[in-house]
Design a binder for this molecule. Structure first.
Ligand code: MG
Length: 248
């Protein structure tokens, strides 16, 4: 009887691992009423959902402060050309302070079960990108969040730079033009592509899995797209509707 129970426990773990896992895109912000994407509140909401992870976007101000924002601009201010003290004058639309990476990681640390999916945004020069990578990693390490964090970027330079700095960190590439074989050759851990890329390359998910790569897709906001990717055995999807897809 004990062996049967043990066997079932092992089997359920294997089955669970084979399931597609959910990542909230810029936090969980499409709530009722909605909150602001990439806000502390959106991260807190994601923590309540008991999903795999929550994604957010990291940029660097002119004076080298790491902040969380999707667009290059905060209001009409270009983040990379503006000092933090000017940027923080403008609150988020939900009334919160303009979030720094530090404030975001502090909130993330409150729930160790939710992975922090750190998207490092491309910068204007390779030097700035490398500085952004170094500062992000330094802060993650200072806050002892190494095992809770994973990394994604549209910049191949940023992806490679993270692996150079910290070979054990998990890094996935976002831009979509590299095949699973090329991702493996570049020394990265996985591919996180727009779902249209997988539709055009229907063998890539199984090829990536055979190479031991992580497979992820964005931004999956329709059940039909989710079902198709799941059928192909995708490991993760990143979505604006984590509440609806998590039990599907
Ligand atoms: Mg992002």
């Amino acid at each position: 009887m004990k062996n049967i129970i043990l066997g079932l426990a092992v089997l359920s773990t294997v089955v669970m691992n084979a399931q597609t896992q959910i990542i909230a895109h810029r936090g969980y912000w499409q709530t009722q009423p909605p909150t602001t994407e990439n806000s502390l509140k959106s991260l807190e909401n994601a923590q309540k959902l008991k999903i795999y992870g929550s994604e957010f976007d990291v940029r660097m101000t002119k004076d080298g402060v790491l902040v969380i924002n999707h667009d290059e601009h905060h209001g009409n201010m270009e983040i990379s050309e503006t000092n933090f003290k000017d940027l923080e004058q403008l609150k988020l639309s939900n009334g919160e302070d303009f979030p720094t990476l530090q404030s975001y990681l502090k909130q993330g640390k409150k729930d160790k079960s939710l992975k922090l999916i750190v998207e490092i945004k491309p910068a204007k020069t390779q030097e700035l990108e490398n500085e952004l990578v170094k500062k992000t990693i330094k802060m993650v390490k200072e806050m002892k969040l190494e095992s809770q964090s994973e990394y994604i970027s549209f910049s191949l330079n940023i992806c490679k730079e993270i692996k150079k700095e910290e070979p054990k960190f998990k890094v996935q590439y976002l831009n979509g033009e590299l095949s699973p074989q090329e991702i493996k050759k570049a020394g990265l851990d996985g591919l996180d592509y727009h779902y249209s890329v997988f539709a055009k390359n229907p063998t890539w998910i199984s090829e990536a899995k055979a190479l031991g790569l992580i497979t992820n897709s964005w931004t999956v906001n329709e059940a039909a797209v989710y079902d198709e990717l799941k059928k192909q055995g995708i490991g993760f999807i990143t979505t604006n509707i984590p509440d609806q897809l998590k039990n599907k």
